[in-house]
Design a protein around this ligand. Sequence first.
Ligand SMILES: Nc1ncnc2c1ncn2[C@@H]1O[C@H](COP(=O)(O)OP(=O)(O)OP(=O)(O)O)[C@@H](O)[C@H]1O
Ligand SMILES: [Mg+2]
Length: 332
Amino acid sequence: MNKNAIRIVSTSTVRESVGEDSVQPEASDSFVSSPQVEQVTQRALAYLVAGYPVHFCGVAGTGKTTMAFHVASKLGRPVTLIHGDDEFGSSDLVGKDSGYRKNKVVDNYIHSVLKTEEEMKHLWVDNRLTTACERGEVFIYDEFNRSRPEANNALLSVLSEGILNLPKLRRSGKGYMAVHSEFRAIFTSNPEEYAGVHKTQDALMDRLITIQLDHYDRDTEIMIVMKKSGLPLLDSERIVDIVRELRSFGVNNNRPTIRAGIAIGRILASQDRRAHWDDVFFQMICRDVLATDTAKITRGGQPVIMQKVEEVIRKFCGSIHPVREKVKEDRQ
Ligand SMILES: Nc1ncnc2c1ncn2[C@@H]1O[C@H](COP(=O)(O)OP(=O)(O)OP(=O)(O)O)[C@@H](O)[C@H]1O
Ligand SMILES: [Mg+2]
């Protein structure tokens, strides 16, 4: 090497900010606000306004995700959404290294002196929790217990001390980030016995205010089916009664849910049909949508749920003939 060579090396860390990644939720025309919905909304808002994170917990189809967005929209802040995932590590929440950028300047202006300056930039890209904490957004963590508990550890100091710990940025003096005063967090989860969910660490549960959601009451379900399908009241009532009756048998893990009711309503409306006992198409939609995996339980070679669906249609739609015979007739 040239004996007059001068080499200057400097290293620094650059946090790359991501572009606009949040959404601004708006009230949907098909959102139903019943006394039950209003009451839960008011409670959740009271906790959030006081600075506490809210957690909606309940079985599938109880309106957790819808409620999280509804409550978030009332806060009037941008919303960042993530969905729990078994593959997540902490970097999926806070961010990660994204390599190095190296600049080299070679200066040989004075012939006998070779001066090189190297600048190494260690790049870091923020992930959604970090940007939400920095910008004071509403952070919705849907189905957070699908992530492994250790992936969610960064939330502990965010929720109790208002500090996001970024240990990998320690050397650049940015290892701790103060959480914006308007940052709020809403969590949803399915119960622990559900497939694909993890047990949550007590420390995280202890920081959340949990609102247990059950299926909506009958009136709310009827309004939801009416609004989402456009069917008249009578048809929506029949559909909801059928769904609720089958759910009450308790053999199918709290199903069918309101989703099944909405599906039947929408399909009927799109075909310009009604929920009538003598409409074979209606019966068939009910069988397809409602007879889910309980088909495992059989009686006389036929899945019990099929028989139940028929009985229940007859009960709520006033059939005077056995539905199965009617279906057979129409097939011929
Ligand atoms: N207040 C409401 N107004 C109108 N539709 C609603 C309302 N609440 C829930 N729904 C509808 O009910 C269905 C189930 O709601 P949602 O997806 O929020 O349930 P969930 O508890 O998050 O279910 P999962 O555990 O399966 O994710 C959706 O189709 C949703 O649009
Ligand atoms: Mg959901």
